[in-house]
Design a protein around this ligand. Structure first.
Ligand SMILES: Nc1ncnc2c1ncn2[C@@H]1O[C@H](COP(=O)(O)OP(=O)(O)OP(=O)(O)O)[C@@H](O)[C@H]1O
Ligand SMILES: [Mg+2]
Length: 250
């Protein structure tokens, strides 16, 4: 199996004035191509910090990250190519899209940084990505405020797919949505997984991992408490903390 992601001993402490918070301690994990890994844990356990470090928005204090066989870099063309191949989606879909641009222009903005685009070819590509998310081409001409929360999140996912990423980092992407729309988004993610995209799925709701994730990593105060196959963890959690998360959820 090809490894898409390999993280070794990641550490991050945030320092503000006299205070310091150790957000991530010695985090390591490996992810195979096409796999979906869930990172679960209570608020403040370091999940988003791991995500933004992988996505290159924040630098770790120490540790290494290999993506698709190469160590992640932060500058130059190599960094741009790596970022194009990994896309991050956030919790709030409406703030992820520019409200003053149509969905088409929002999608365009995601690729102009990386490549020259032909207008007609791009329109067809954008329509195709929206279709994968169950939205008709008509949505390309709408503004974000003219979409429901769930439709907006689907448009955001379509935008992240337009550069053909190998890895999607999803940070609480269903938290702002009602349960029906949540289930719908999970269904779309399952389709993407079938198409070979690797997914890092971050959530505080351990139940959401059951259909989608092959493995789960349970975090508490920046540290891995437990990790393993989703079914094993949900059915036979070893640590009290995981038992508490599972118990609270079901
Ligand atoms: N930019 C920052 N500056 C200072 N502290 C930060 C910063 N980002 C995160 N932290 C702190 O690091 C810890 C981990 O935060 P993080 O956002 O990774 O948690 P989380 O697991 O994603 O939580 P949630 O489920 O609420 O999103 C928290 O104590 C948080 O206050
Ligand atoms: Mg978070």
């Amino acid at each position: 199996m090809t490894k898409i992601l390999e993280i070794k001993n990641l550490n991050k402490t945030f320092k503000k004035a006299s205070e310091s918070t150790k957000a991530v301690s010695n985090f390591s994990c490996q992810m195979n191509e096409g796999e979906c890994i869930g990172i679960v844990g209570e608020s403040g356990s370091g999940k988003s910090t791991i995500a933004v470090i992988i996505a290159g928005f924040v630098k770790a204090d120490s540790g290494s990250i290999f993506f698709d066989g190469n160590e992640l870099v932060f500058k130059g063309k190599a960094a741009r190519l790596q970022r194009k191949s990994m896309q991050m989606i956030f919790q709030n879909p409406t703030s992820a899209l520019n409200p003053h641009m149509t969905i088409l222009d929002n999608l365009k903005e995601a690729v102009v940084y990386y490549e020259k685009i032909d207008k007609d070819a791009f329109y067809a590509k954008a329509a195709e990505e929206l279709k994968k998310m169950g939205l008709t081409p008509e949505y390309l001409h709408r503004y974000p405020k003219e979409l429901s929360g769930g439709e907006c999140q689907r448009a955001t996912i379509a935008r992240s797919l337009i550069g053909r990423p190998k890895l999607l980092i999803c940070d609480e992407i269903t938290s702002a949505l009602d349960v029906c729309v949540q289930a719908e988004i999970i269904r779309y993610l399952l389709e993407l997984k079938k198409s070979g995209i690797s997914i890092l799925f971050i959530t505080h709701d351990i139940t959401l991992t059951s259909q989608l994730c092959d493995r789960i990593i349970v975090m508490k105060q920046g540290k891995i408490v437990e990790s393993g196959n989703t079914k094993d963890i949900l059915e036979n959690p070893v640590s009290d903390y995981t038992r508490m998360l599972v118990g609270a959820a079901y």
